[in-house]
Design a binder for this molecule. Structure first.
Ligand code: NAP
Length: 502
């Protein structure tokens, strides 16, 4: 393979200065770096960068891979094949020990041109941006022509099954780098690192394509260099999933407990494809989020009775190959409310009648509280009130009612609509307001409640509690709640800092 490193930082920026800065920074984190010369603005910039590289000593002892991929192969280089080869030759002179040459160029260029590059080691590459080719053997044989030092096949994979097919093909030989591309295949790219010859590319700074994981995230969130065949795999399934804070929270907990486990975001559109990958990818448990919380029920072998009554599962534990489903969504709300009010005999208003509202209503009813449901569709409110022996209530009645607590289980007020509130000030006649929303951390509803002197609980508390309960089910250990909380709050603060002021 290219080097003993498992991670190759990809530096792909259009100007020379940024490329120099990123190379220096990347080499502090890994000693294998791909230089995407084709990303530089033109021939003059490539020459300027390589002159700098030749003069500096920063790359000494490192594995530097030069790539100047032409447009015909999905790169950005617009020059001819001879100028492409000339740049690669200069890159080798400047200290790059490897170069990547795509099959589109190598198959048509004259042998004497390739001979110019003999002092570098060739990575022969093929890219399939639309779909995974049916005959991978034929692709590999085409790449093997002219005896490169290693070969690389990068292909769009639209399912985990396709990603697995590409990865298993690569496992048969140790000089083949397989890159399943696309967001659905992203976890498979990270899990490939469990294998002895596992290797992955990661953008040195920000990701440049969907499903890419930056070098920093690979190292600090997924501890990619430590993954091995015995690493336990957990994750969260949903669509969309890239916004999920669960990987930060659960991986921080695994790291703090020195547990050999990783938690990955799975973009799942086809639940059957994911369920079929649980065994081959050796997944030990997972969280479930929108839109799969109800749909997952039919794939379970065992379902907790409360989760069954709620009709939604957010946690799956895999025990001896069998899927056991639970719901921990209500845990946070119940714990937070319990700390502040006596649930038995209390009166709690729930806004909404969706998945979270159902979980909260069932749990509160079981704890002896009287639940009132207010939802925009009266038929849904009536149905939930009926099964939890509660009362459905129209919004027009709220001004005249008093509750021990009000729980918002609708997305009203969630970023980017953070100016909205599901209720107005005069409708907040209660001792406590709980908002399940955690983006933003302090919603408009919570601000209105504070102004009226009402105690508030932000949704992040629920998020951490449901996650801690999942983590405990998977590990059978006490969850490091403080660590999880720190990871989530830090991520939310970063997000809020990056958001343009409204
Ligand atoms: P869901 O199943 O889609 O239910 C959403 C409920 O809100 C439904 O009753 C829906 O009514 C209602 N609703 C949607 N838009 C509305 C609007 N503009 N005005 C009035 N009602 C509206 O979603 P869920 O899974 O229950 O999640 C609900 C919220 O909980 C999410 O938005 C999320 O912020 C929060 N949540 C928090 C956590 C946490 O850990 N803190 C975890 C999960 C969810 P219809 O049926 O008429 O559409």
């Amino acid at each position: 393979m290219l080097s003993t490193d498992k991670l190759c930082a990809v530096v792909a920026v259009p100007d020379v200065k940024s490329m120099q800065v990123q190379v220096v920074r990347a080499l502090r984190k890994t000693s294998t770096v791909e230089l995407r010369l084709d990303w530089l603005a033109g021939d003059a910039e490539i020459t300027e960068f390589l002159l700098w590289l030749g003069k500096t000593s920063i790359g000494k002892g490192a594995t530097l891979l030069a790539t100047c991929r032409r447009r015909t192969a999905g790169g950005k280089y617009e020059g001819s094949i001879p100028t492409q080869i000339a740049h690669l030759e200069r890159a080798i002179e400047a200290g790059c020990n490897w170069y990547d040459l795509e099959v589109e160029s190598s198959s048509v260029c004259r042998p004497e041109l390739l001979h110019i590059l003999r002092r570098g080691r060739r990575l022969a590459s093929a890219h399939f941006f639309d779909k995974l080719p049916g005959n991978l053997k034929a692709v590999a044989s085409a790449l093997d022509r002219n005896r490169p030092a290693a070969i690389k096949i990068a292909a769009q994979c639209d399912s985990l099954a396709e990603a697995r097919r590409l990865s298993s093909f690569a496992q048969a030989r140790n000089d083949l780098i397989a890159i399943p591309m696309g967001e659905i295949a992203a976890p498979a790219r990270i899990l490939a690192l469990r294998e002895r010859h596992g290797f992955a590319y990661a953008p040195a700074e920000a990701a440049t394509a969907p499903g890419q994981t930056s070098l920093d995230e690979m190292q600090s969130v997924y501890r990619a260099e430590k993954l091995n065949r015995s690493t336990l795999v957990y994750g969260v399934i949903g669509d969309p999933i890239s916004h999920s804070l669960s990987p930060r929270m659960h991986n921080a907990a695994f790291a703090s407990g020195r547990i050999d486990a990783v938690y990955l975001p799975f973009l799942v559109r086809d639940l059957k494809d994911f369920v079929g990958s649980i065994k081959p990818l050796r997944i030990a448990g997972f969280s479930v989020t929108i839109p799969h919380k109800e749909r997952i029920l039919k794939y379970l072998d065992v379902c907790d009775p409360l989760a069954e009554a709620i009709g939604a599962v957010n946690t799956v534990v895999v025990r001896r190959g069998k899927l056991h489903g639970y719901n921990t969504d209500y845990v946070g709300i119940l714990r937070s409310l319990e700390r502040r009010i006596r649930l038995r005999g209390s009166r709690v208003l729930i806004l909404g009648a969706g998945g979270v509202a159902r979980a909260v209503a069932f749990a509160l009813a079981e704890a002896g509280a009287a639940v009132c449901i207010c939802a925009r569709r009266p038929v849904k409110a009536n149905e939930l009130a009926r099964v939890t022996r509660g009362t459905a209530m129209p919004r027009s009645a709220l001004c005249k009612e008093f509750f021990d607590a009000i729980v918002n289980a609708t997305p009203v007020g969630m970023h980017p609509n953070s100016d909205e509130s599901p209720l107005d000030g005069p409708e907040l006649n209660c001792r406590l307001v709980f908002d399940t929303i955690y983006r933003p951390r302090i919603t408009r509803l919570l601000q209105l409640a504070t102004r009226r002197g009402i105690e508030t609980v932000p949704g992040v508390e629920m998020f951490i509690s449901q996650g801690a309960a999942q983590w405990e089910m998977w590990t059978q250990k006490r969850a490091p709640v403080k660590v999880m909380q720190r990871a989530v709050l830090l991520a939310l603060e970063h997000e809020e800092e990056k958001r343009p002021a409204r």
